[in-house]
Design a protein around this ligand. Structure first.
Ligand SMILES: [Ca+2]
Length: 597
């Protein structure tokens, strides 16, 4: 009915060694092709021209690779102008995976205008490593996510997956203070509250002054607000998917539930007792970090998607002050861990200025190979990293796969391109880094905390929303209806003919009545069907921003309450259409109104 297919991701990942195909090297020297890339400046890459990974890519493909670095603060604006005008376009953009530049809407817009090229046939013919990755990491359904609503794929992916990034809401508490107060790690919301109260009133840092901050967050960072973690003790809080729920296959909306009101009461209690620092609403991420790293030890608890995002790695004495705790059990039972399914990012986009799209595509495809991805993340084999030995244990306590000799991540280096281009971070490696036995190692602490969340994933959750073939058929069916109508040319009509100003709510009541069996949350296609407006008009209305929508990965979804707001708006009431289904809906309204009057 909803046309939404939930994806329940398991934790078992089938690890398959990819055969490395022999790539490139077959272009004669005389015809060497130059590939012109552009990307936002990346401060960790010391010198692109001499970068080890870049030189390796050139050697493997026979290409010459040039880079134009765009100033970070202007990169998106410069690229937007180039894409709109066609002036100064590189062959391909990389490094924009986390920008809006290549959002799903923009990709389709640039695809339609011809500024960028669809990759579908290149993938069919040359996507050796991409297709292997789709199979290897099948549970992540990358192909579906990469395919935009217009049916095309426009980018080569950047993709990361690890158990740590799977959980965005993690609570860390001050272990020293628990020890000082002779308390154990809290497991329920009541115990958590008692712990905060003790932190505030019993001088756990022992200086005789009530200087303790029991719990503090920052609004600056998605994973550091204090409420998201606490919400999960009462009701599944999928903040990444606009707090949608999945219950027995049906999609619901958590903020409309009783449990939501209950958690608000719980948090109000914490605020009223000053157990949550009021700075949580105003302080920056940096100020929050200073609080957590303060040498005096003044902070009792905070949320952070990994401790290394808050505590400085080079201070073991601060690291060992904290311990990760698992989800809390709320009044109604066990709490949940909110799960974040990784999505592919648009890390490589080929433009219409590219004279050798096949060569650039093959380069991007090579970058997805296992060999390229290991160099592209860990640097030079044998120097910066090596394969783990039999018996080596990972930070998760599992058999290790990668032994890092020289940590190159997030610091200036010239061995790799910091994953700004297409890459795949395979879970078997990201989760297989050897542990050296150091208990204050940040990655180890993060991994150990993540394990506390693993057993608390809900039975059902929305990994991502995918539209079923059935729904696609329904959309195609609508198109057929629309084209038939054009020959019949019914009279254009509008709801404004049937409802007096000020009576718009009547239309909403009618829509609620006739669409009672639709789920809490609907899709844009549902909305087009439910209003009967032509798909084109509907896309225009959406594009103009007249409907509040939630962007979920690469699809739009709409809680029905937002849809009713749109139905009551003049933009809808004044919309004229000659679509058969629209006129049927409008005539139905007139009949419904007559019967009630
Ligand atoms: Ca004190």
């Amino acid at each position: 009915m909803s046309g939404i297919k939930p994806i329940l991701a398991g934790l078992l990942i089938l690890a398959v060694m990819l055969p490395l195909s022999s790539c490139g090297g077959d272009t004669p020297e005389a015809e060497q092709i130059t590939v012109r890339l552009a990307a936002p400046l990346n401060a960790t890459i010391e010198n692109f021209d001499t970068n080890l990974y870049k030189l390796w890519l050139e050697e493997q493909t026979g290409l010459k690779i040039e880079m134009t670095w765009l100033p970070v603060e202007d990169a998106e604006r410069i690229a937007t102008i180039a894409l709109a005008t066609g002036d100064g376009l590189p062959d391909a953009y990389i490094g924009f995976g986390s920008y809006d530049l290549f959002s799903s809407l923009n990709l389709q817009k640039y695809g339609e205008s011809g500024a960028i090229i669809p990759l579908d046939s290149l993938i069919d013919q040359h996507g050796v490593h991409l297709k292997a990755v789709w199979d290897e990491l099948a549970e992540y359904e990358m192909r579906q996510f990469m395919t935009l609503p217009d049916g095309h794929i426009y980018y080569m992916p950047g993709f990361s997956s690890s158990l740590i990034t799977r959980y965005r809401q993690m609570m860390w508490v001050n272990r020293d203070w628990l020890d000082a107060l002779n308390m154990t790690v809290p497991t329920t919301t009541a115990e958590f509250r008692d712990m905060l109260t003790a932190f505030k009133t019993r001088d756990p840092n022992g200086n005789g002054v009530a200087d303790e901050i029991p719990l503090a967050g920052t609004m600056d960072h998605y994973g550091k607000q204090i409420y998201d973690f606490l919400l999960n003790a009462f009701i599944y809080n999928d903040e990444k998917h606009d707090r949608l729920l999945l219950e027995h296959g049906a999609v619901g909306f958590a903020p409309t539930r009783d449990e939501w009101r209950e958690v608000l009461r719980y948090m109000r209690g914490l605020y009223e007792d000053r157990l949550i620092s009021p700075h949580s609403f105003t302080q920056s991420n940096q100020q929050h970090q200073q609080m957590a790293n303060d040498p005096r030890g003044i902070l009792g608890a905070f949320t952070s998607p990994g401790i290394t995002l808050t505590v400085l790695q080079n201070s073991p004495e601060v690291m060992e002050r904290y311990i990760g705790i698992g989800p809390l059990t709320g009044p109604a039972g066990a709490g949940t861990a909110s799960v974040s399914i990784p999505l592919p990012k648009p890390n490589g986009v080929i433009t219409s200025a590219c004279e050798n799209p096949e060569a650039v595509f093959k380069l991007f495809d090579l970058m997805l190979s296992e060999e390229a991805c290991l160099m592209g993340r860990y640097g030079e084999q044998g120097v910066d990293w090596q394969r783990a030995k039999d018996g080596d244990i990972s930070i998760y306590g599992t058999p290790a796969t990668i032994d890092i000799i020289n940590q190159l991540w997030n610091k200036p280096q010239n061995k790799h391109l910091n994953q700004i281009g297409p890459y795949i971070s395979r879970p078997k490696f990201s989760g297989g880094v050897t542990w050296d036995g150091n208990e204050t190692d940040g990655e180890y602490m993060n991994a150990q905390a993540a394990l506390l969340y693993r057993d608390h994933e809900p039975d059902e959750f929305i990994g991502e929303l995918i539209f079923t073939a059935e729904e696609d058929e329904r959309i195609l069916g609508m198109g057929a209806v629309n084209s038939r109508k054009k020959t019949d040319k019914p009279r254009r009509r509008s709801f404004s003919q049937a409802v007096a100003p000020g009576q718009e709510q009547k239309v909403v009541e009618y829509f609620i009545h006739i669409y009672a069996d639709y789920p809490d949350v609907i899709t844009t296609q549902d909305m087009a069907t439910m209003t009967g407006l032509h798909k084109k008009s509907f896309q225009r209305i959406l594009g103009e921003g007249h409907i509040k929508v939630l962007e979920n990965g690469r699809k739009f979804i709409i809680p029905k309450v937002y849809f009713w707001e749109f139905i009551a708006s003049r933009r809808f009431i004044d919309s004229w259409s000659n679509s058969e289904s629209f006129i049927k809906i409008l005539e139905g309204f007139e009949e419904w109104k007559r019967q009630r009057e």
